[in-house]
Design a protein around this ligand. Structure first.
Ligand SMILES: Nc1ncnc2c1ncn2[C@@H]1O[C@H](COP(=O)(O)OP(=O)(O)OP(=O)(O)O)[C@@H](O)[C@H]1O
Ligand SMILES: [Mg+2]
Length: 249
């Protein structure tokens, strides 16, 4: 489903991704861990089509060459990225933003647009499941949201858009204990045979709640170790220096 081969990405002449290979089969949830500055967000951005990177290598989603598509076409192809630092969009209503995103994807697939009323009733169901106040819908996207509220809003977007591939970049960072459970539940609810998820995290706690099928360690711009869920315990015990050939700083 997601297949990445020899992916390189540079910004301002500095190479950040240095030949990254990754396979994420349909229906699986994989975690990506790795030290600060390893290139995890760069990988997310490059896959989502953020401008400014010089990219080579291949990344395909169900055989479609993602790197050849504009960012909005990648979303239509089923890719969703929950940002490490969600953007604030003052003046843009959250409900409007979500419905516009949803309808752009539906139109591209030849489906009818969802009316404002139908949208609101579906959105309310998702809000209840995520234990979010419906007032979030009428506020501007992320404006004045606390750190944890922004992260929950990313999960709300993901739940509504039902992507084929979801990349969650540290969606668990900065969450209180209850919010972490809610986010984990949001991930679990979306787990399914037709959907894959790449969960970037620094914390084994999330991985206890969301048992990933595989864990990858990204270091120096490429995947240096992959293993089953037990790799999280090994990392916790030995740190990145212990499980990779990383030289201690
Ligand atoms: N626009 C940029 N200009 C210059 N350097 C950049 C830019 N974006 C990223 N980098 C550098 O690339 C490296 C990888 O950054 P990236 O954000 O991908 O790391 P990360 O693995 O997500 O780290 P963290 O765990 O702290 O989120 C860092 O050294 C960062 O400073
Ligand atoms: Mg990051």
């Amino acid at each position: 489903m997601l297949r990445i081969r020899d992916l390189h990405a540079s910004i301002d002449g500095k190479e950040i991704l240095t030949g990254l290979d990754l396979d994420l089969p349909a229906g699986e949830v994989h975690a990506v861990m790795g030290p600060n500055g390893a290139g995890k967000s760069t990988l997310s951005n490059v896959l989502a089509g953020r401008d400014g990177y010089e990219v080579r290598g291949t990344a395909t989603l169900d055989g479609t060459d993602l790197l050849a598509l504009e960012a909005e076409d990648r979303a239509t192809a089923g890719l969703f990225l929950a940002f490490q630092y969600p953007m604030e969009l003052p003046g843009v209503g959250n409900a409007y933003f979500l419905r516009t995103s949803l309808n752009a994807i539906r139109r591209a697939h030849g489906l009818d647009e969802v009316s404002a009323t139908d949208f609101l009733s579906v959105a309310r169901e998702h809000l209840t499941a995520l234990d979010m106040d419906p007032a979030f819908l009428s506020r501007s996207v992320n404006e004045g949201f606390s750190g944890g509220e922004k992260k929950r809003n990313e999960i709300l977007q993901m739940s509504m858009l039902q992507p084929r591939l979801a990349i969650l970049d540290e969606t668990d960072s900065g969450l209180d204990i209850d919010a972490l459970r809610i986010v984990a539940r949001g991930i679990e609810r979306l787990r399914g045979p037709d959907r894959s998820m790449l969960v970037i995290t620094h914390y084994p706690r999330l991985l206890e709640l969301v048992r990933p099928d595989r864990i990858h360690v990204l270091d120096g711009g490429r995947i240096v170790r992959s293993g089953g869920p037990e790799l999280a315990n090994e990392l916790e015990a030995d740190g990145y220096v212990g499980v990779t050939d990383r030289i201690p700083a």
